[in-house]
Design a binder for this molecule. Structure first.
Ligand SMILES: NC(=O)c1ccc[n+]([C@@H]2O[C@H](COP(=O)([O-])OP(=O)(O)OC[C@H]3O[C@@H](n4cnc5c(N)ncnc54)[C@H](OP(=O)(O)O)[C@@H]3O)[C@@H](O)[C@H]2O)c1
Length: 206
């Protein structure tokens, strides 16, 4: 079976780190910032050589699975229809310094940010993953078998993301549906976790 083509929307700290992890695992990677792809060519050539800079729409169209690695307050700038039929990995977090403090849209005890992303992307399947660990920890070499916690409900999409987590060099831990991601997002017990399975279970009191 041929490998999935990875698309990354957001070419900043997290997006470039995910691109490098995917390239190291021999995936083909397409990546976009918010502007002309020429603007990220130099950074890509240094941080994730072989990743293909493209416009956001092309990244989504030409890739099988799309990582959202842009500020949470920006994803609704992208037309939801472009994502129709795609598996989307939501790796975003609400960060008030970036996303603003004035709106309570992103800070809502009833609905996690991933549930909001899924509500926006009505024709796609959203899985949450790669949001709880800082980019420097994701990028660092470790002898520990560190865990990436993931969440969602679609079995096929979950299986794809579980395999990516393994291929990127981490241990997958399934936590439940997108509502359960309250534990992964800022304020949750797992936010910031750079732990092995024992450490993750300890944080979850399991
Ligand atoms: N940094 C971390 O350690 C970390 C860890 C886990 C999760 N996260 C989450 O990951 C997301 C990105 O964080 P970051 O630290 O990587 O931010 P960052 O370094 O500021 O990068 C953000 C990227 O998103 C791009 N972007 C903005 N609007 C876009 C659009 N409409 N279409 C395509 N790309 C767009 C920006 O492009 P331009 O430069 O062209 O505007 C930039 O490349 C945030 O939600 C953050 O909470 C971050």
């Amino acid at each position: 079976m041929s490998k999935l083509i990875i698309g990354i929307v957001g070419a900043g700290k997290l997006g470039m780190t995910l691109a490098k992890l995917a390239l190291d695992a021999s995936y083909q990677v397409n990546i976009a910032g918010s502007k002309d792809p020429a603007k990220i060519t130099l950074a890509t050539s240094v941080l994730a050589p072989e990743a293909q800079p493209m416009y956001t729409r092309d990244v989504i169209e030409k890739s099988d699975i799309i990582f959202l690695a842009l500020p949470l307050s920006k994803y609704q700038n992208i037309d939801a229809k472009w994502f129709a039929g795609k598996t989307v990995v939501d790796s975003m977090n609400y960060w008030w310094e970036i996303d603003g403090k004035t709106s309570n849209y992103y800070y809502d005890e009833q609905q996690t940010s991933s549930e909001k992303v899924q509500a926006y992307l009505t024709q796609s399947v959203v899985v949450k993953a790669f949001n709880h660990m800082g980019y420097h920890d994701l990028a660092s070499m470790s002898h520990q078998q560190r865990v990436i916690v993931y969440a969602g409900t679609d079995e096929i999409a979950l299986a794809k993301v579980k395999q990516l987590i393994i291929d990127f060099g981490f241990v997958p831990y399934y936590i439940g549906n997108l509502h359960a991601t309250s534990q992964l997002q800022p304020g949750g017990v797992l936010f910031g976790a750079n732990e092995d399975m024992i450490g993750i279970k300890k944080l979850l009191n399991k």
